[in-house]
Ligand binder design. Structure first.
Ligand code: SF4
Length: 316
């Protein structure tokens, strides 16, 4: 079928109107460009969005993020149509962990494999447990083993090892990292602190250890959203992808949020107003997921929620 024509300039309101007419619920990740975040019905991290999608009546979801996140949404909402602007918005970190590497690690170490949500559906299929950046420490603490295989992010693995005292073996190892978070340096953060003396530093656990050491707060994007509420600081240096400050500025208009400008995820920025309009107009490309993989993801999410609920209850 011939694709329909897309206007050369797409205004956010035109896109919002078309999505509404065609019955789409719009979900955007925290790292999407501001124009897309502003027209979304929900903005959040990957798990928040996947779970939010399951709670709505909408039969069609327009998902704005990268491929492994769209797979999660599809797995938790198998009966819904999930459309994305482009299929090439992918995550190099998720793609860095192969099925071969997991098989080799499992052969070498007799240990359970905890997979970070930022991974492909095929990788999740081989995992014993799933975690997010918000609950990785709790999940690993609750896994009944002192040695854990953890992938793909080596920096999150190091943070989890520090917090749990367990032997956390990163797979694939040295090359498992998010390029946006891994290459930020302590010097970049210190330079910002020189300029904003009174600022507090919030960092994502995907950053290297030397940057983590400068943080007043370490947490996922969903946790960063809540942190300013508990802090009296007026200025925050936000050490994660630059898109995150859009939401923080909307939530806390009386505070100042400073970005580290090199922290841009070009895959997240592949979605724009025009290709998103085209996707809504044509109801394509649609996310497809093998039911066997989807079933495994649903099971991992269910187990993860049980593991973390028991931790939260014991903390009460
Ligand atoms: S920010 Fe990092 S982990 Fe997230 S999609 Fe981009 S490369 Fe992947």
């Amino acid at each position: 079928m011939k694709a329909k024509r897309v206007p050369y300039i797409v205004e956010p309101e035109m896109l919002r109107q078309l999505a509404k007419e065609k019955g789409y619920l719009i979900m955007a990740h925290n790292y999407q460009i501001p124009e897309l975040q502003r027209i979304a019905d929900f903005v959040g991290d990957s798990l928040q969005l996947a779970r939010q999608a399951a709670e709505t009546d909408a039969e069609k979801i327009l998902f704005l993020g990268v491929d492994f996140m769209a797979e999660m949404v599809k797995a938790l909402n198998p009966e819904k149509k999930v459309v994305v602007p482009v299929l090439c918005a992918t995550c190099p970190m998720a793609n860095s962990l192969t099925e071969d590497e997991i098989a080799k690690a499992k052969e070498k170490y007799d240990a359970p494999f905890v997979v970070y949500v930022n991974s492909t559906a095929k990788t999740k299929f081989l995992a014993d447990y799933l975690c997010t950046s918000a609950n990785a420490v709790d999940v690993v603490r609750n896994v009944p083993s002192d040695t854990i295989l953890f992938g793909p992010d080596k920096n999150l693995a190091s943070y989890v090892a520090e917090k749990t005292g367990k032997c956390v073996i990163p797979i694939p190892g040295e090359f498992g990292y998010c390029h946006v978070h891994n290459f930020v340096t302590a010097e970049q953060v210190l330079r910002k602190l020189e300029k904003y003396h009174d600022a507090e530093v919030m960092v994502h656990p995907e950053v290297p250890e030397q940057v983590r050491r400068l943080a007043h707060f370490v947490g996922s994007t969903a946790q960063m959203e809540k942190y300013p509420m508990a802090s009296s600081s007026k200025i925050f240096i936000v050490v994660t992808e630059v898109g995150m400050v859009e939401k923080l500025r909307r939530l806390y208009p009386d505070r100042t949020f400073v970005t580290i400008d090199s922290m841009v995820c070009y895959n997240m920025k592949k979605n724009n107003l025009r290709n998103t309009y085209r996707a809504v107009l044509n109801d394509a490309p649609e996310v497809k997921l093998d039911e066997r993989l989807a079933e495994k993801i649903r099971k991992l999410v269910e187990d993860m929620l049980k593991l973390t609920v028991s931790t939260q209850e014991s903390k009460k």
